[in-house]
Design a protein around this ligand. Structure first.
Ligand code: DGL
Length: 258
């Protein structure tokens, strides 16, 4: 067993969870793998996503990791059971934060933004159906967002055209909350907040699962007795299937961003 915690995403989205993990677990060391050459996953077939995910995770395991974080809603929805049966390490997965949103009372809708694959799979649909009023949650798949985020565009007005195409049916409607059901979307939170203020009535409170996932990681490490010693100095190492010279500055910028 290695000393690293392996983090996996189709691209740079998982860094949103990695950031939280680094913040609450400063003594841990992290090995991040972004499959940027094959992103976006959310428009691929389930077989394709499963094969790509398993191959990325085998790479992380070959580097010596003590736990795996699947920092990708799309991979989790598609193949988490296969992942858990293939790897004997502790596996932590991400899940859209619909529960805290659904527990907030209100008369408006909850928009759950994710990739087409996440909102199609039974794993997510059964989570939605366990919520107090499942019909209040509207699943919106935004297939074009991930591609643009992967290009490193984070401007507040850089997504209005794509958001228009996914969200125009909800213009002028009461929206109580918006769930970011894709780890990439956390990096364009300001663009989504700005868009919501322009087009929706209602609070449109944003929910994401980065903190909850990092806390779950901390609990799992503790439960398995594999937390790093308090005197250890944590590090972060990045790997990508994409162009490392373009992506490394972007990875570091996103990791350090407040
Ligand atoms: N970051 C991913 C997610 O949380 C996948 C996005 C994609 O590659 O389509 O769903």
């Amino acid at each position: 067993m290695g000393d690293y915690i392996g983090f996996f995403d189709s691209g740079l989205g998982g860094i949103s969870i990695l950031k939280e993990a680094v913040r609450i677990l400063p003594h841990e060391s992290f090995l991040y793998y972004g499959d940027n050459a094959n992103a976006p996953y959310g428009v691929r077939s389930s077989d394709d996503i499963t094969a790509l995910t398993l191959s990325a995770l085998r790479f992380l395991v070959s580097q010596g990791v003590k736990a795996l974080v699947i920092a990708c809603n799309t991979a989790t929805a598609t193949c988490i059971n296969t992942i858990r049966s293939e790897f004997s390490l502790p596996v932590i997965s991400v899940e859209p934060a619909v529960k805290p949103a659904a527990l907030q009372p209100g008369n408006g809708k909850i928009l759950m933004l994710a990739t087409p694959i996440t909102v199609k799979h039974d794993r997510y649909l059964s989570l939605q159906n366990r919520m107090p009023d499942p019909d209040r949650i509207i699943n919106v798949s935004c297939p074009e967002l991930v591609d643009r985020i992967e290009q490193g565009i984070f401007t507040e007005n850089g997504y209005d055209d794509i958001l228009d195409r996914c969200l125009f049916p909800w213009h002028n409607k009461t929206i109580d909350s918006i769930v970011l059901g894709c780890t990439h979307f956390m990096f364009i939170k300001q663009a989504i907040v700005r868009y919501a203020a322009m087009h929706f009535s209602g609070a449109a409170t944003i929910y994401d699962s980065s903190k909850a996932t990092a806390l779950q990681l901390a609990r799992v490490l503790q439960r398995h007795g594999i937390s790093a010693p308090a005197e250890a100095t944590g590090t972060v190492v990045f790997h990508t299937s994409g162009d490392i010279s373009r992506l490394m500055p972007l990875f570091l910028k996103l990791l350090e961003q407040k």
